[in-house]
Design a protein around this ligand. Structure first.
Ligand code: NAG
Ligand code: NAG
Ligand code: NAG
Ligand code: NAG
Ligand code: NAG
Ligand code: NAG
Length: 416
């Protein structure tokens, strides 16, 4: 990066306030007709994978010695292949007027086999003064919350409320300007497997967690779309490291995450091979995180009912650091900002001097992602109908025998 190290924190800090807090939660709740999803993403193969059969002794297949299988423990991690990634729902937050971003999310999600539910972003100016939570100072004096920060908080609070109200145990909450890996289901299946057996759990998973909660339920928040982070400096021993073939290379991993990984003991050749789960401590940005219903209740208690001490992501971070909220951070994060340059990158703090379009989605980029779903989607949908006809060849009855067909069809351009 071009920025001197010192500036990094401020850079991310600014990002939080400017872009990260724009927030729109989408919750995905429709059900797709199953099996529909792109086979080239490996989804079909994954659906038929079963780990239990391999573990059975070979005698199980001896017809004359049929061993009744144990009442089979469902492979809970395979739920990561469903349309809500193994969470109860996927919610996305988007300002109602950002139909461009809603189109994008609809498209990328459909190409990744995901269903999202829209949670409308909120214009902070529309929030009644009476509805603004009490503001207790975290440091010297109360943080003066700007309308954009309040709007961002409100949209997320609406998502928490949705989780509490609806009949779901967990939800993944994402914002409308993000990217993920095209192998997102595989990444989450691997994560589920690790969460079930994580060394960071305080108690072993219950039967219910083992059969029905792919990521367990021993957390309030699962941080997966942070733009800044840091491990608890007094508990660097708390980390669960695992192999993940879909992590970005060192070159594609931002410095802030390399630093965090190094502090937690992952360096050298392990970078680009390992993903880390650690207790959430200093995440900034709310581009992607999951909550349990209990987490939604704690957030609504601490970040609405009692106080709101700052922007939603910062108060969430403080509450994690105080130990009043229990969470894990995934590093490198599986969700990352999609950036196009220009004013479209921010809903609350765009610089009017920037061009409207920047590089556009065709020139957009994301970091910390090995195989961008957004980039993959463009080539997966690309085709050239006329070229396909050319490859197929001319129907026999139309052949003139002159051998010049190729040059005469096409654009109507003269020449040659
Ligand atoms: C199947 O079981 C029978 C009887 O126990 C045994 O004789 C035979 O070798 C077994 N076959 C295989 C393939 O394991
Ligand atoms: C995906 O799996 C989770 C966990 O089993 C479940 O709660 C959720 O309803 C499933 N989603 C869909 C769309 O089937
Ligand atoms: C679960 O963790 C234990 C020890 O922490 C390890 O021996 C075992 O292989 C792990 N199992 C899986 C499925 O990762
Ligand atoms: C957050 O909620 C807990 C109760 O779960 C309370 O003890 C704590 O003081 C709250 N924190 C703040 C900063 O209000
Ligand atoms: C049509 O024209 C474009 C450039 O104008 C050219 O690249 C392309 O090959 C032409 N296609 C055919 C079928 O002639
Ligand atoms: C992909 C895979 O391992 N499939 C196996 C599932 O289990 C059956 C037996 O029940 C095997 O025949 C498949 O090969």
């Amino acid at each position: 990066m071009l920025l001197p190290k010192q500036l990094h924190f401020y850079f991310y800090f600014f990002l939080t306030l400017a872009a990260g807090c724009i927030i729109g939660f989408l919750v995905g709740s429709y059900t797709l007709s199953q099996g529909f999803v792109a086979n080239d993403l490996g989804i079909h193969e994954a659906l038929v994978t079963n780990s239990t059969s391999e573990d059975l002794p070979s005698t199980a297949w001896n017809e004359s010695l049929v061993i009744e299988p144990e009442p089979s423990i469902p492979d809970v991690a395979s739920a990561a292949w469903n349309e809500s990634l193994g969470f109860g729902e996927v919610l996305y937050v988007s300002m109602p007027d950002r139909t461009d971003r809603q189109d994008a999310m609809n498209l990328v999600a459909s190409m990744s086999g995901l269903k999202l539910r829209l949670i409308n972003g909120v214009d902070g100016e529309s929030i009644s003064n009476k509805a603004v939570p009490d503001n207790k100072a975290k440091f010297f004096k109360p943080w003066h919350l700007k309308p954009s920060e309040l709007g961002c908080w409100r949209a997320h609070a609406d998502a928490w409320r949705y989780v509490i109200d609806s009949n779901i145990e967990t939800a993944l909450i994402i914002e409308d300007d993000i990217d993920w890996d095209k192998n997102v289901h595989q990444i989450f299946q691997d994560l589920s497997y690790q969460m079930q057996n994580s060394t960071l759990r305080l108690v072993p998973p219950t039967d219910h967690e083992q059969t029905s909660a792919p990521y367990g339920l021993d957390w309030d928040v699962l941080i997966m779309g942070q733009c800044y982070d840091r491990a608890n400096p007094t508990r660097l021993d708390l980390v669960h490291v695992y192999d993940d073939p879909n992590v970005p290379s060192r070159k594609n991993t931002e410095r802030v995450f390399l630093n965090q990984m190094e502090a937690l003991g992952v360096k050298g050749n392990d970078v680009g091979k390992k993903r880390l789960i650690s207790p959430a401590y200093a995440p900034i940005c709310t581009m992607g995180y999951a909550i349990t219903r209990r987490g939604a209740q704690r957030l609504l208690l601490n970040l609405s009912y009692l106080y709101l001490r700052g922007p939603v992501d910062m108060d969430m971070m403080w509450t994690l650091q105080e130990g009043n909220l229990r969470g894990y951070t995934i590093t490198p994060p599986p969700f990352a900002a999609w950036r196009v340059g220009g004013q479209k990158d921010s809903d609350n703090k765009h610089d009017p001097k920037l061009p409207m379009s920047g590089k556009g989605n065709s020139g957009g980029w994301s970091k910390n992602i090995k195989s961008s779903a957004r980039i993959a989607m463009v080539s997966e949908l690309a085709m050239n109908n006329w070229m396909d006809y050319t490859k197929k060849g001319t129907p026999p009855e139309k052949q003139t025998g002159k051998g010049n067909n190729g040059e005469r069809k096409g654009n109507g351009t003269k020449g040659s």
